[in-house]
Write a new protein. Sequence first.
Lengths: 363, 465, 179
Amino acid sequence: MAKNAVRRSRASSTVREREQQQPLPPEAEQIAAAGSVWQRRHLLDLDDFTAAEIELVLETTDAMKEVLARDVPRVPALRGKTIVTLFYESSTRTRASFELAGKVLGADVINVSSSGSSVQKGESLIDTVRTLQAIGTDVLILRHGASGAPYLAAREAAFRVVNAGDGWHAHPTQALLDAYTMRSRLGDLRGRKIVIVGDIAHSRVARSNLWGLTALGAGVVVCGPPTLLPVGLGACGDALGQPPDDMEEAGLPPVRVEHDLDRAIEGADVVMALRLQRERQESGLLPSLREYSRLYQVNGERLARAKPDAFVLHPGPINEGVEISSEVAHGARSLIEEQVQNGVAVRKAILYLLVRGERPPTS
Amino acid sequence: MTDLLIRNGRVLDPGSGLDLVGDVLIRDGRVAAVGPNLPGDGVEVVDATGLVVAPGFVDLHTHLRDPGFEYKETIATGTEAAARGGFTTVCCMPNTDPPIDTRATVEYVLRTAAASARVRVLPIGCVSRGREGHDLAELADLAEAGCVAFSDDGAPVADGALLRRALEYARIHGLTIIDHCEDPEIAALGVMHEGWVSTRLGLRGQPAAAEQAYVARDIAVAAQAGGPVHIAHISTRGAVELIRTAKERGLPVTAEVTPHHLTMTHHAVAFSDGSTPSANGAGRDHPELVEGHHPELVEGLAYDTLAKVNPPLRSRDDVAACVEALRDGVIAAIATDHAPHADYEKACEFDEAAFGVSGLETAFGLCMTLVHSKALDLPTLIERLTSGPVRALGLDRFVSGLGTLAEGAPGDVVLLDPAAEWTVEPERFASKGRNTPLAGRTLRGKVVATVYGGEVVWSGEKVEA
Amino acid sequence: MPDGAVMSAEEMRRAIVRVAHEIVEQNEGCRDLMLVGMRTRGVPLAQRLAAAIEEFEGERVGVGALDIGLYRDDLPERGTRVEIKPSELPQDIAGKRVVLVDDVLYTGRSIRAALDALIDYGRPQRIQLAVLVDRGHRELPIRADFVGKNIPTAMQDDVLVQLEETDGTDQVLVTERRD
């Protein structure tokens, strides 16, 4: 389909552009020229976002932040709209963040929780989606353990879908708030060195950040043990050293892969530590958490090799002493709390843009 | 009617070395003569002008789901689908419920086939009792009851020791063990090929090594046991290379490949190039959702469950290797691995969706893509669908002349139009399984009519002269 | 219907000075006064008013900027512009005499949205409205307290205020919309 072909070529053309320092791709110029038209019905992933679209979200977030600073942080922008949060995986911060975002915008927010898989529950995702459709949902915020679930929901429903995290695949609002946080401290992210450390293979936060940050022109380095890095990143070939055959068309963001954190972190502007789940060690991907933290923990000693004013991010919740030392997590360079604060503003911006940023009706 | 004269087609029977314009005369359900201008007094005539006339296709790998999963398919509907696809013989896999591991179940299958099947059904028996992978099934009994080969398909033969015993035991009956080569530890519950697409989609991947590891095991064990092993649905370059080397060494190894593994890659899971959305069926029957529902406006990745199959669709290089191996005969047969499922088993999250493609009715059209792109010539394609499969499993011991149009061979013929275009419409399939990633696609190459035992069991268009 | 420019730069300057005087007169001075410009063009207008007041009264009046994007009632129909910017108020508006400043008063819906926004910030003593141009066709019971110029228009006309700060030149244009 032409649509997807355009999207894929956009990923690779963006790479070429950055290398040749060409102007933004035509779609982005069009968007900028038309005065920030938002064309999306859903927020599923950042993989096909242009820099201009991300900029629009970040700018809108500025306005939303101001609202939150007021005595009465309420605006009627989404009054009368029904927002449903459907979380198949439990989460305190993301769900609360979305709920608050919706309420500040004046919408009615309903939280539906579903523990366990849809199969256990007996009702399929599609049936649930149809039920929500019938009760008049305008926006569904979905977190699900299966990658691709939000795409399924988006195909089946007339309402808008926001992906609050699907399997290992994407967590676009997290990446947007991470970008916003970095931008608010560093300004333009073009050319900045951003190091993401940890379990990249199982991290939807990492994947979305890779798309977002590379779209904004940052240089991204992913670092972790080979067992926690997914196939195909950074032009990794197979064990014989052969490059993957469809590399020209490889729809993966251009990142550098490093296994040595001491080397990777040199001169970094930002270090993002990912949560290491205990299950990874239990399923044999790591010999032990102790060895992991010895090699990959973001601590003061390592941070000294980064730029002197480098910042530290973490999507939370933190395993203190594992992927990040307590001292760094709570230290002056840490932006972890800001990330959470910015989360509500970013999610407000997303909800507003999805609901109010309609495609103009075709006459 | 078991007498039929098929007139004036291009008769293409690679198994007999035939390629001529002429007629095929069937008497009493068997091929009586092949040649130009045959006399056909009093016999029903089918005009095959402009068409290719080939032996009926033989599918070594079909899941008829009957007994036990009749909601997915039955022997009746599956064989109807086979007929439409040009297949006059299907070998049905034993992962039914109960599995085909006792004489009683074999007899059930044969009885049901005799009563309701459109085409010939040859049962494949289990290697292990209950397909549980511990003890050998009663292979001799199954053979006597009518099984033509053994497999635990759906799963690999569980361990090398069991495989060795099975090969040694089956050898005395001259029967082949068909193995689904997938190392479960390496495969690690992967739902698609492990590659950049699985990384992109955030899905657990099954690496090529999972197939190669078990192919290597099977070749080594077969060499030791001296018995023939047939590798089911091969999909990787690595495995192809192993088989090539084994054959060069003269080892008793054969292999088959599916039409989708010859033409589709893991891209199909992420990027749908068809014109209709995925989740076939779901959402489309609900008019209340149509308003405001614009499937084509959903951005992004397809997560197409209709492209979820085991072994998974692999990389372009793997596909190229399989095509090459098919061309030079390292892979002896095309087999569909027809795997029908109910709509709701595919209309769900990718992780949850069932594996399999309903492939009988699209096999020929899909394979013709290779002929049109000059990757394969038509006679070779026909060979790999007819005499190739028969030779791989030695099926002509059970049905003399099967897969050819030699004198005395069964009167199983397929009439093909290699240039005719048609659109894949799963709602009109004979198979209960609508699960194909080709919905809405236009294929070039069509089965015009199928003849089984001299009787026309499928004709898409009127062909009577 | 007049086509083209209906106010020149000189006419605009005089109108702004006159409105500034009227604001101070009506409010009996500058105590508790705050000018809040509505984005986008209301903001430079508010700044010009504040500059004029400082010149003849010698007092500095606070100037704020109000973005009403989150309060509009007509967004889907409006079409493509979705940019919203932060609002900035120089002080707490509780107890203040707020003068809302906008370039064109038309249906009144923007002003309604602005009133909602202001009240979410606090409780001003009073709210007044100053506009450069009043083009008629009110859809809500809203009126301006201070008007630069009344320009009767047809509904299909476009009225465009151009300011040096935002458009590089000062003029007010009225164009008939072509079908």
